[in-house]
Structure formats: structure tokens, C-alpha cells
Design a protein around this ligand. Structure first.
Ligand code: TXA
Ligand code: MG
Length: 331
């Protein structure tokens, strides 16, 4: 067994065959194990054990009305937790799995009600991460897993973020390094008459429309700041401790305003942190949220964030910044 640290009683497992098997044993005994996925770290429990799932809500301080996503290791496992699979689901699973797309489908009667907070549907996804897939396979059961943060906080993209919030409340964390995508999965409801995006995320609406060849309704406006209808998301507060002001507008003007605001606040004695626009590329979201978390943990009075022209997943990232902002100033 590789060296395993214990932090407040929570084990920190390096990723290896033996530690994954040990973590799977904890899951089978009703334990909670945080694990890496390509999006963010998840807090996993045996989805077939109501008592284990209930412990997730306790550990996170999660409101009881907010359902969890069930993680599977192969598309076949979806049949264990759902009552039916529409053709659209099969098509999207084929196209986007493993990957950051969660599908809301009619739930199986066998699934404990805690998983989907009493709803008649269940959200499922197959993560694109070898440690996550290894853990689900070794456990031999699907894993119910929300993001591994305390309720209302930013989703963790590194094992140490998980420990900062949940050490002493969960059995173990499997450390898989930083998550590459950094923004949560897109939640698509396929249980109604028409597909509906309940949470915008790493897979864009355009990608889904292209795959299905139809228009897809959106319960969340990409960048407009409208509220989501995904249960538990409708009353959002900021996931940050530190107030954040977002500066938008054309690049040159917003840079100038950002500089002026920073200097102005600092002159008045405020401790100001600046979050510049991300350089782009695939790691955009992960890197941006990691910097934001660092700033939020520092002893600052204010974070000034620079807006950017969103492309692809950048739209979701900007949407999250807008949601978190106490003020949005257009340059
Ligand atoms: O990328 C992700 O999705 C990460 C990783 C760990 O997989 N998980 C995640 O889980 O972000 P969580 O619990 O933080 O967010 C799940 C979202 C919530 O907004 C919840 O309301 C929605 O999915 N959801 C889950 N089950 C649902 C259902 N049956 N109907 C409607 N919305 C559902
Ligand atoms: Mg979450």
C-alpha cells in the first residue's frame, strides 16, 4: 500500500490500484469517499444504500430537496438506476460519454429516494476520469456524488480543496491531481416532452443541438444571469466569502477601468485581489476557479474580476462569475 496520510481522520489516498480498492471497500461499508472526475471532485457514496446517501447530505450541509447525480462506469449500468431509456439518451450517451453530460431520466423504483430527493427522475453520468471509473468498477455499484464541497461553496478542482472543507466529515479523498475541465457537467432533462437544459456546464447547448438535430430549451440563460430551475439552484447565494465585482466591456476599456478601480480601492485602504481574464484554452475554467478560490481564501476585502468574450465553456464560466458578483460594471 502506498503511503496514506490522515487529516482529521480523513484518509488522503494517492491514486493507485491498491488505494482505489481500499476506497471501494469504504464505499461498500457505507462510507463517503471524494474522488476526482474530469469536471470537479465528487463526494461519492453507494447509490443503492439510502443510509450512505443520507450521510452525503449531512457531510455537505446540503438542503434535502436537492437531488444527486449518479455516476456509472459504463452505459449499461444506467439500466440499474433508470426505468426507461429514450432514444435521445442512447444517442447522447454514445456521443458524449464518458464525459461532462448528466442526463435526467425516469428513475428506477429500486433506487433509494434519498438519491433524487424524492423526485420521480434521476440524473446519471459516466465521468471521463480513470480514477473515478476505477473506483465505481471496484465498488461494483453506481455512486451517488455531488460536488465535494460544503453546500453553497465553489466546487473543488483539487484534493486539498476537498480537505479544506470536508476533512473530519468524510472517510477518504482519492487524490487524482487537478481536474482538467474545472466546470461542472451540463444537466439535461430528458424526462419531459422536450429536452431541457437545467444547468449549463461543460457541454454546450450548441453541441447538444447538433447531436440531436433539434433545438433544445434552456432553463438557464447562458450569460444573461437568469435563474436555473434545477432543484436547489433557484435560490443561489454567492459561493464566495469575499465580495466580487465583475468588470465587463471591450478589452481595452475594461482593462483601464479594472486598473483604475484597483488603484482607487487600494488608495482607500481596501485589500484588493485581481482576477484577470483567462488566457483561454481547455484548462480555462479549472485554472480560473483555482485562482478564484486562492483569492477567496486570502484575507481580502474585495475581488475585482475581469470579464472576457465567452466561447464554448467560457460562457458557463462567465455565467458563474456573474452569479457570484455583488456588482457588474460595464466599461
Ligand atoms: O460535474 C458534475 O456534475 C459534478 C461531478 C462530481 O460529477 N457533480 C455535481 O453535482 O456538480 P452537484 O450535486 O453539485 O450538482 C448536481 C446538479 C444540481 O443542480 C441538481 O439540482 C441537478 O444536478 N440534479 C440532480 N438530479 C436531478 C434531477 N433528478 N432532476 C433535476 N436536476 C437534478
Ligand atoms: Mg455542487
Amino acid at each position: 500500500m502506498p503511503k496514506v496520510l490522515s487529516i482529521n481522520g480523513t484518509l488522503l489516498f494517492p491514486p493507485a490500484r491498491k488505494t482505489i480498492v481500499a476506497a471501494a471497500g469504504l464505499i461498500r461499508r457505507g462510507g463517503l469517499v471524494a474522488f476526482p472526475t474530469e469536471t470537479v471532485y465528487g463526494l461519492g457514496a453507494d447509490a443503492t444504500a439510502g443510509r450512505a446517501v443520507a450521510r452525503i447530505f449531512e457531510a455537505k450541509g446540503r438542503p434535502p430537496g436537492k437531488p444527486l447525480i449518479v455516476h456509472v462506469a459504463d452505459p449499461g449500468q444506467v439500466r440499474q438506476v433508470t426505468a426507461s431509456l429514450p432514444g435521445e439518451a442512447l444517442e447522447l450517451m454514445h456521443r458524449f460519454w464518458p464525459g461532462p453530460l448528466s442526463l435526467v431520466l425516469p428513475r428506477s423504483a429500486e433506487l433509494p429516494p434519498e438519491v433524487s430527493a424524492g423526485l420521480s427522475t434521476v440524473a446519471v453520468r459516466m465521468p471521463a476520469h480513470p480514477v473515478a471509473l476505477g473506483l465505481i468498477r471496484a465498488a461494483g455499484v453506481p455512486l451517488a456524488a455531488p460536488s465535494a464541497n460544503r453546500s453553497g461553496r465553489l466546487s473543488p478542482t483539487e484534493a486539498r480543496h476537498v480537505l479544506e472543507e470536508l476533512a473530519g466529515r468524510i472517510e477518504a479523498v482519492l487524490d487524482g491531481g487537478p481536474c482538467t475541465v474545472g466546470v461542472e457537467s451540463t444537466v439535461l432533462d430528458l424526462s419531459g416532452a422536450r429536452p431541457l437544459i437545467l444547468r449549463s456546464g461543460a457541454i454546450t447547448r450548441a453541441q447538444l443541438e447538433k447531436a440531436l438535430g433539434t433545438e433544445i430549451g434552456c432553463a438557464v440563460k447562458g450569460a444573461g444571469g437568469a435563474l436555473s430551475v434545477a432543484p436547489g439552484l433557484h435560490c443561489h447565494r454567492s459561493f464566495l466569502r469575499t465580495p466580487l465585482i465583475l468588470v465587463t466591456g471591450p478589452r481595452k476599456r475594461r482593462r483601464a477601468l479594472l486598473g483604475a478601480l484597483t488603484a482607487g480601492y487600494r488608495r482607500r485602504g481596501f485589500r484588493v485581489g485581481v482576477l484577470p481574464a483567462p488566457p483561454g484554452g481547455r484548462r480555462l475554467a479549472g485554472a480560473l476557479f483555482a485562482s478564484l478560490r486562492r483569492l477567496d481564501r486570502g484575507a481580502l476585502d474585495l475581488i475585482l474580476a475581469e470579464g472576457f468574450s465567452p466561447r464554448g465553456v467560457g460562457e458557463t464560466v462567465l455565467h458563474r462569475l456573474r452569479q457570484a458578483a455583488v456588482r457588474i460594471i460595464k466599461a
